[in-house]
Design a protein around this ligand. Structure first.
Ligand SMILES: Nc1ncnc2c1ncn2[C@@H]1O[C@H](COP(=O)(O)OP(=O)(O)OP(=O)(O)O)[C@@H](O)[C@H]1O
Length: 283
């Protein structure tokens, strides 16, 4: 059974034009997916629907359905949902519970609500401290951390819930290149059966993590494909620009994932040619 099944979802805030316009999507357990797109294309909104944080009270979809493991999110109890999907948003300070005086307390807060044994809670917190490189900050007040440190804490606080899926909305937005590299490596070392859904405005973090790429444009999924096809998509070129596409293609090649014998899109023209070839191959 799919983790998430979205069928023809149409959603807008208030009376405004739809932000998600006929989105259909199925996500299997264990997938590593990136949701890409420009500003305002609907990435965060879609990610929040996937994670069950939308619709908020008073909001409804204009049409369509969303099921998590075969059941509408509205039928799920909050704790069960928290054990299934965790959402980490873009603004780190907003992710902090406000109930904890130290980083350690922040990490044990969620599992404590699940009613787990003390030893299990400590084991999870210990693992998350190492995984997210927070050990040296364990006694600090979460609100005194830097933006990047708070972001790592938010991810750690999501991981201690041991969810089946982690939804990350631009997780490395606050990071210097070294910290970004480290976090992406750490995400790649998470258990393989953990589903990871990443929204990003940058191609490189997405390529480092995902194997499946969705491209959103004005609330519609205009591509749902692999790295090579997504890099060659004309909308990718328009949104991210040829230099970012080329840099991303080189990164895939360095990781040994660029298909043998396929030219790298080193210029806009080459990227367009590759796009034509990919569209032809896909009929
Ligand atoms: N709470 C809200 N109320 C009204 N409009 C909203 C709300 N949240 C988002 N929107 C609008 O919905 C559209 C999609 O926003 P969303 O944040 O989903 O896009 P995004 O692709 O994540 O953008 P960005 O890359 O800039 O974060 C935008 O036009 C935005 O202004």
């Amino acid at each position: 059974m799919a983790l998430i099944d979205i069928d023809n979802l149409v959603f807008g805030y208030g009376k405004a034009a739809p932000v998600l316009d006929g989105v259909s999507l199925s996500i299997a357990h264990g997938e590593r997916i990136a949701i890409l797109g420009g500003n305002g294309s609907g990435k965060t909104t879609l990610a929040q629907w996937i994670a069950g944080s939308l619709p908020r009270p008073g909001m409804t979809a204009r049409s369509g359905t969303l099921h998590a493991e075969g059941k509408p999110w509205s039928d799920w109890d909050a704790l069960k949902r928290a054990e299934t999907i965790q959402f980490v948003g873009q603004i780190p300070s907003q992710q902090i519970s406000g109930f904890a005086f130290t980083v350690y307390d922040e990490l044990v807060f969620g599992p404590g609500n699940l009613g787990l044994e003390e030893a299990e809670i400590r084991k999870r917190a210990d693992w998350a401290l190492d995984t997210c490189n927070l050990r040296h900050l364990v006694e600090r007040d979460p609100f005194t951390l830097s933006g990047g440190e708070q972001q790592r804490l938010s991810i750690a606080a999501a991981l201690v819930m041991q969810p089946k899926a982690l939804v990350l909305d631009e997780p490395t937005g606050n990071f210097d290149p070294e910290s970004r590299e480290k976090l992406l490596n750490q995400i790649n070392q998470l258990p393989e059966d953990l589903t990871v859904i990443l929204c990003d405005m940058a191609l490189k973090p997405a390529l480092a993590i995902a194997r499946r790429f969705l491209l959103l444009d004005e609330g519609r999924i205009v591509a749902d494909s692999d790295a090579q096809a997504i890099l060659a998509h004309p909308r990718t070129l328009e949104v991210f620009g040829a230099p970012a596409v080329t840099e991303a293609a080189l990164a895939i090649r360095a990781a040994g994932r660029w298909p043998e014998g396929k030219p790298l899109p080193l210029t806009y023209g080459q990227a367009e040619a590759l796009f034509k070839e990919v569209s032809h191959a896909h009929g």
